[in-house]
Write a protein that binds this ligand. Structure first.
Ligand code: FAD
Length: 554
């Protein structure tokens, strides 16, 4: 049975409570998803429980880069730069449509973070640590070359730039594809399933109680081991277990703003200095450019993190300062997102000085918690924590687990020979949808989002008779996501599966009626459910475009 079909939810819940598991994972962000794939592919019977939608926490709110973290080099975190740097090429190979190589421009300015010599040397070290192929290694550009490449940059104070290799992705799609790949190894993953309590026997965790957040019913699941990968909520879970001692999380908020590409028509991704000494990114994606991020301490509601006016103005001022011909204002912002970094607290360090290293906490009751880290390092984090489970298994049961296999497990949708294979497939998709009235940008959207699963969407589209091809496309996408990606609300689809809330918010307005009626038909929603869903989506759109002053929020 396909337990990731939204229509099979009851069967998945039954399985979760009737069977006994080797491992239960709390949290369906990239960390939990990675652990589920690693564990299931080593033969562990695995259950993942997520209280909201998959990737609805930090894992849909990052800068969406699979990067080595140049700033960590500056902090001399050599091992971290090396590990995540090497990971980039691996994750690219596992999903070449979703983890796409992208050159990053680092302008060098008078009084900026990086000087020319230090940058040249630093980027060279960065390439060496990450094992970057020679043709992709950094090049240093003089002022003229830099301005030719990016005419929007201010000539005054510009000394040149470094151009180096990074990768961009879609964090939420990466999370869902990892979960789907884990399902191929029989991992069961449930969203809207909140762990409310632990079950203990002889002082050891032997399972969890969880609530079905859609129906309100309570369930119990049992397992030999429980891992909490609850991101910003890790300390709350440790508290439930009575094991919140020693090191704690330090949460910092990061915000991104999205503007139409024509308002900030950068020709490629840029990582640039801002007046307060920090650095931020501007990244073009389809019809938009997004900029971010901020890094401020956070002590508010973990379940509702929003962009305030101060965050938005900080980013706009930073952009306007670096690109003098650009005069962005709050009215230009199409969308935004805000997320929390679950960092490990270090006494006396400010938000941006804190290490991004991951850390494992072991409770006397056997609960294993993992926090910190990066999207980029999800596979290695999973390997580390499942190795720990393997060690415990050997000791407790004499059971031997195979070594980690995920380096060779291609993610769903990602079976392409290489990046050229993705380009050829995009062309094929374009030829296929052209006659329906769709264009190359649509082909790019379908392939970057769904990889070679775009075929299933196109086949469904061809059987539809909408006058507007975009209506058919979105209906076919919804049907695909309902059948394969446990979608239960408009926001699951509009935000985490399709990214439309961030990168094509206009389409949500123009296609709202079609989207609502497709969901209503497929999931049999009554009028009151329909109203609730519409209101939730409208609120999300409002919050993505409006930023309250700080004093109103507190
Ligand atoms: P989350 O994604 O938050 O997942 C934890 C999940 O646990 C949540 O979905 C939550 O709902 C669930 N949960 C909590 N309590 C319960 C419960 N009781 N029962 C069931 N489920 C529960 N990294 C990069 O590599 N590249 C970047 O470009 C990058 N940019 C970033 C920019 C910003 C602004 C931020 C904030 C982070 C960025 N990161 C980046 C870091 C990266 O996004 C995070 O390290 C990663 O997403 C954390 O994933 P996670 O699974 O640990 O946490």
């Amino acid at each position: 049975m396909n337990y990731l079909s939204s229509h099979n939810r009851n069967a998945a819940f039954q399985k979760a409570q009737n069977e006994s598991f080797d491992l239960i994972i709390i949290g369906g962000g990239i960390t939990g998803a990675g652990i589920a794939l690693d564990a299931a592919s080593r033969g562990l019977k695995t259950l993942l429980l997520e209280k909201n939608d998959f990737a609805s926490g930090t894992s849909s709110r990052s800068t969406k880069l699979i990067h080595g973290g140049l700033r960590y080099l500056k902090q001399f975190e050599i091992a971290l730069v090396r590990e995540v740097g090497m990971e980039r090429a691996i994750v690219h190979r596992l999903a070449p449509h979703l983890v796409v190589s992208e050159k990053m421009l680092l302008p060098l300015v008078e009084g900026g973070t990086y000087g020319r010599l230090a940058t040249s040397f630093g980027l060279m070290i960065y390439d060496v640590l990450a094992g970057v192929e020679s043709e992709d290694q950094r090049i240093m550009l003089n002022k003229d070359q830099t301005q030719r490449l990016e005419p929007l940059l201010d000539g005054e104070g510009l000394k040149g730039s470094g151009l180096y290799a990074e990768y961009r992705t879609d964090d939420a799609r990466l999370t869902i594809e990892v979960i789907k790949t884990a399902a191929a190894y029989d991992a069961i993953s449930l969203n809207y399933a909140e762990v409310t309590d632990f079950v203990y026997a002889e002082g050891k965790v032997t399972g969890v109680r969880f609530r079905d957040c859609l129906t309100g019913t309570s369930h119990t699941a049992t397992s030999r081991y429980v891992i909490s990968a609850a991101g910003p909520w890790v300390d709350k879970i440790r508290k439930k277990d009575g094991s919140l001692n020693g090191k704690r999380l330090h949460l910092t908020k990061g915000v991104h703003l999205v503007v139409p590409h024509e308002k900030l028509p950068v020709s490629q991704s840029i990582y640039f200095d801002v007046p307060d000494g920090r650095m931020i990114f501007a990244i073009p994606r389809g019809k938009v450019t997004y900029v971010g991020t901020t890094d401020t301490d956070y002590h508010d509601n973990l379940d509702h993190v929003i962009t305030n006016q101060e965050d938005a103005e900080y980013l706009l001022e930073a952009v306007n300062h670096t690109f003098p011909s650009i005069e962005l204002s709050l009215e230009d912002v199409d969308s935004s997102w805000a997320g929390l970094r679950p960092l490990i607290h270090e006494e006396g360090k400010s938000a941006s000085e804190l290490s991004r290293k991951d850390e494992i906490f072991l409770s006397p009751n056997g609960l294993i918690s993992i926090a910190g880290g990066k999207l980029t390092g999800y596979r290695k984090m999973a390997e580390k924590v499942v190795d720990l489970v393997a060690k415990k298994m050997r000791k407790d049961q004499g059971r031997e687990l195979p070594d980690c296999r995920t380096k060779g497990l291609i993610l769903t949708g990602g079976a392409f020979k290489d990046a050229d294979g993705v380009t050829a497939y995009k062309d094929e998709v374009f030829r296929n949808i052209q006659s329906l009235g769709l264009d190359m940008l649509d082909a790019e959207y379908l392939v970057s989002n769904y990889g070679n699963q775009a075929n299933a969407i196109i086949t469904a589209m061809k059987g539809m008779d909408d006058l507007n091809p975009y209506a058919s496309m979105v209906r076919a996408e919804i049907q695909f996501c309902l059948e394969n990606e446990l979608v239960f609300s408009l926001l699951d689809f509009c935000s985490r599966r399709s990214g439309r809330l961030y990168f094509d918010i206009e389409s949500l307005k123009s296609l709202q009626t079609v989207i609502l009626s497709e969901f209503q038909q497929q999931l049999d929603w009554d009028e009151s459910r329909l109203r609730k869903e519409r209101e939730e989506l409208e609120l999300a759109v409002y919050e993505a475009q409006h930023f309250p002053p700080l004093k109103v929020m507190n």
